[in-house]
Design a protein around this ligand. Sequence first.
Ligand code: CAA
Length: 260
Amino acid sequence: MSEELVLLEKTPPLATITINRPKALNALNSEVLSSLDQTLDRVNEDEEIHVVIITGAGEKAFVAGADIAEMSEMSPLEGTNFSRYGQLVFKKVQDLKKPVIAAVNGYALGGGSELALACDFAYASENAKFGVPEVTLGIFPGFGGTQRLPRLLGKGRAKELILTGKMISASEAYEIGMVNKVVPPDQLMDAVKEVAMQIAKNGPVALSIAKGLVDVGYDIPLDDGCVLESRSFGMCCATEDKKEGMKAFLEKRKPVFKGR
Ligand code: CAA
């Protein structure tokens, strides 16, 4: 039997998704994208999973981009469909009901940087490298990079990366706000799991709504975002989690959230 291209390790309340194609530095071909797509559906519906971690197999790469061999043969229509499918899978990462953290353990190039950008935030190992080198191949980022990079870094920094195609170190990525933390390689998963557990202790409904509010609110006027926030806040007041969280505080005990 062929090896699975995307692995799912479930350790409730966490789940780790590993892109598992280390011989090709975890490059994303259509098959890998499809497996990732299906794995995301599984974790989204699994109530035991509260926070998701995405990483790459092996010690060298998170994801070294979309698969160049596959793209080299694509017609314009196939290229459009491939780009659109990658965008939709990464949007699924962004829209997952639960927080998603990228554990960037090596090269995160092209589609790899774009995958990290679709996660809620990223931690990286000191040996990680970021970049969108597509222009060196005569193309440009096609899995959302031209859109998410400027939103995260501002237009000038995004254009510098996109137009030069240069690779940057994990510490440079940290300085410009592409990753939240950089740690030695052997400490990466512990650091990510620590912050994931800190998140997982909180009310799942509130996490899900707050995550969505940041993403949706970022692209609409401030006043509209605030209206959406107060409506969502009111809705959150109807949850069992809200009753439990506040009751636990008043009773000086830890809350037991049920995600309802
Ligand atoms: N697609 C397909 N195969 C890839 C790949 C990719 N993106 N990246 C690496 N590989 C393969 C290599 O072809 C090689 O395979 P073989 O052993 O069969 O020759 C194997 O992985 C190991 O790679 P290298 O021998 O190149 O390893 P290295 O240590 O010398 O270099 C690297 C590492 C700098 C990351 C280099 O592999 C590289 O530059 N990779 C391509 C990075 C890139 O351009 N990514 C952007 C892709 S385009 C994209 O992502 C478009 C989009 O937005 C939709």
